[in-house]
Write a protein that binds this ligand. Structure first.
Ligand SMILES: *Cc1c(COP(=O)(O)O)cnc(C)c1O
Length: 404
């Protein structure tokens, strides 16, 4: 058990705390769920991209899924071999692709224009092609990326065009990729997407891997829905092995879980500044807001909230809000043990898409990050200070320049 109160006393609030053992447990459970000849897990690092977290994944034997050249650079900094990094950007420039090619990482192409460009300018470069199977999936429209209007991937209906370009330019297609969207509950969606990809795969003789992206859901509350990874792994492995057998090929099965790996490992600690009773409810005003944790406001996400400073107090109903000058409700009508000024609240499931989406809105500092392993705590990011707010700003002499 991590002593959150002690960490809050030591490092101050607000604070992100990650449980290394939980990440290790999730990684191992994912690995164990699949029974195939060759499996590669590319951790989707946009979920939580602290370089020390990336090093932990490298130690576990993971590869990395990167959506920007900066994530690629972080991955290389963390010691990943270029060959274990897959670069899966969307709508980026030729210049950025060129940088990724220079670094030697695996290249995943998600539009026809880029496929032609790469085929013409890099005739020997093996590529992976991101396909869009047009299956509706995902917890909400912002993260559902596989549907018909989606901007992601090359439409499965454009396979004839892809084929023509690949043949004409003699492109080596080493991988096929599909990422249907986040929050998939139904393994059948994967199976359906898989069958479409398998059909497409028959066109590409150089194929060595198929990457099925992610979308694995974790439990955000008691009784909440989640992907049963063991069950999914069993069903999917059989399906994949049968395909490999039919083709007489030993393909590598790849996945890119982000949320599954780190969501539950993360805890966000905030301090209660104000307990405010109104005619309608009791607000808990904490020293944070959507500048640090935007998921509740952006995705309507549920994060369980507990009072670790008074765990045995009487239960009461509270609405937890932030200090940002806009409505920033973390949770309405939550039942929490009695809260006093300066108590520390912990937000659960704060590992994925929490710190990595934090900003300096309202010119606030981003919090520190702590990694806990075997009872020891390690500072993996310092809290920001006023210097960070000013660091790239240039002060021009408005007094002289502006003539009013
Ligand atoms: C975001 C993303 C993932 C990870 O999704 P999770 O829901 O966090 O597991 C995987 N692959 C790609 C291409 C992504 O953009």
């Amino acid at each position: 058990m991590i002593d959150f109160q002690q960490l809050a006393d030591k490092y101050g609030a607000p604070l992100y705390v990650y449980d290394a053992e939980k990440i290790i447990e999730k990684y191992r459970s994912f690995e164990k769920a699949f029974d195939v000849k060759s499996l590669k897990i590319h951790y989707a690092c946009k979920a939580l991209s602290n370089v020390s977290i990336l090093k932990l994944f490298r130690k576990l034997g993971a590869g990395l899924d990167c959506v920007s050249i900066q994530e690629v650079m972080l991955g290389l900094k963390a010691g990943f071999l270029p060959a274990s990094i897959i670069y899966t950007p969307n709508n980026v420039s030729e210049e950025e692709f060129e940088l990724a090619i220079q670094k030697g990482v695996k290249i995943n192409v998600d539009n026809i224009q880029m496929l032609e460009y790469l085929g013409i300018n890099h005739p020997d470069l093996p590529v992976c092609i991101r396909l869009n199977p047009h299956l509706m999936a995902g917890g909400n429209s912002k993260i559902s990326v596989g549907h018909i209007d989606s901007k992601f991937g090359i439409s499965i209906h454009q396979i004839p065009l892809v084929n023509r370009i690949v043949k004409r330019l003699n492109i080596k297609v080493e991988g096929l990729h599909v990422h249907s969207g986040s929050d998939i509950l139904d393994p059948d969606v994967f199976i359906k997407a898989a069958d479409l990809i398998f059909a497409a795969a028959e066109h590409f003789t150089d194929l060595s891997y198929i990457d099925f992206g992610s979308g694995f859901k974790v439990k955000y509350k008691e009784g909440g829905l989640y992907t049963d990874i063991q069950k999914f792994g069993e069903t999917f492995s059989q399906h994949f092995n049968a395909f490999c057998e039919r083709q007489g090929k030993n393909l590598t099965l790849c996945f890119e879980p982000g949320k599954y790996m780190v969501s539950e490992a993360g805890h966000f600690l905030t301090k209660v500044n104000v307990v405010k009773q109104t005619t309608a409810c009791t607000f808990l005003g904490v020293d944070s807001g959507f500048n640090h944790l935007i998921r509740p406001m952006f995705y309507n996400a549920y994060h369980d909230i507990q009072n670790i400073s008074n765990p045995d107090g009487d239960k009461k109903i509270y609405t937890v809000v932030g200090y940002i000058c806009e409505t920033d409700t973390f949770g309405a009508d939550r039942i929490i043990t009695e809260v006093r000024k300066n108590d520390i609240l912990v937000f659960k499931n704060a590992g994925a898409y929490c710190f990595s989406m934090a900003s300096n809105y309202n010119s606030r500092y981003r919090p520190a990050e702590i990694l806990v392993y075997q009872g020891q705590d390690f500072l993996i990011r310092e809290r920001e200070n006023f210097k960070d707010i000013l660091s790239k700003q240039m002060e021009i002499n408005v007094e002289e320049i502006v003539d009013i």
